[in-house]
Structures are given as structure tokens and as C-alpha cells.
Design a protein around this ligand. Structure first.
Ligand code: FES
Length: 106
């Protein structure tokens, strides 16, 4: 299943941390088409729990800011349509278009 992802566009991830404005920080990571967001985040020091790596278990779900994000191509088999408005499965989901940016809330 993972090999099919190499043909998808890149995913940019903006990581927002902290709850108060003074504590907030933001950085942007590029996720190449052939890699998962969980791998790139781990390399950047943001450890996301991963179990199945296939969009089946939901362990790697994180909230994202839909209003501050480009369209998401949800490729999981676990989130409901309602949940997809607020969460993204990072082991397999992508931005719908190359260069799209998804803003994660950590
Ligand atoms: S690790 Fe199971 S859905 Fe991502």
C-alpha cells in the first residue's frame, strides 16, 4: 500500500506548538512524496506514535487547523467524515495538491 504514495504530491507541514500566544512557535517541514509525515516529523524531533503505518489503527492521528491548512487527501480507513474536519492520520494522508500545507496542532 505504501508504494502507491510515491506518486502523490508533497506535503508541507506547519507545526504549531504551545497553547498561549507567547509560547507558540511555528516551523515548516517538507514531506517528500515517497515518505510519510510521521517519518519526517520523527526526524525533526517530533515523535508521533505509529502502529500499523497503513491508516488502519488511528494511533498516529493528530489535530490540525483546517482553516489554516490546504485541502487534505485523507487516505485512512479509520476516521469518520466529522473527525476528518479536525484530525489527520499522519502515516498515510497527504495534502491534496503538491505544495499544500497542513497546519498541525501539537
Ligand atoms: S499508525 Fe495506524 S493509522 Fe497511522
Amino acid at each position: 500500500m505504501k508504494s502507491s504514495y510515491k506518486f502523490l504530491g508533497q506535503l508541507g507541514i506547519r507545526v504549531i506548538t504551545g497553547t498561549g500566544l507567547a509560547q507558540r512557535s511555528s516551523r515548516r517541514l517538507q514531506v517528500p512524496a515517497e515518505r510519510s509525515a510521521t517519518d519526517v516529523l520523527a526526524e525533526a524531533g517530533v515523535g508521533i506514535s505509529v502502529k500499523c503505518s497503513d491508516g488502519l489503527c488511528g494511533v498516529c492521528a493528530l489535530p490540525y487547523d483546517a482553516q489554516a491548512s490546504d485541502a487534505v487527501e485523507h487516505r485512512d480507513f479509520v476516521l469518520s467524515q466529522n473527525e476528518r474536519q479536525q484530525k489527520i492520520i499522519l502515516c498515510c494522508s497527504r495534502a491534496q495538491h503538491a505544495g499544500g500545507v497542513i497546519t498541525l496542532k501539537l
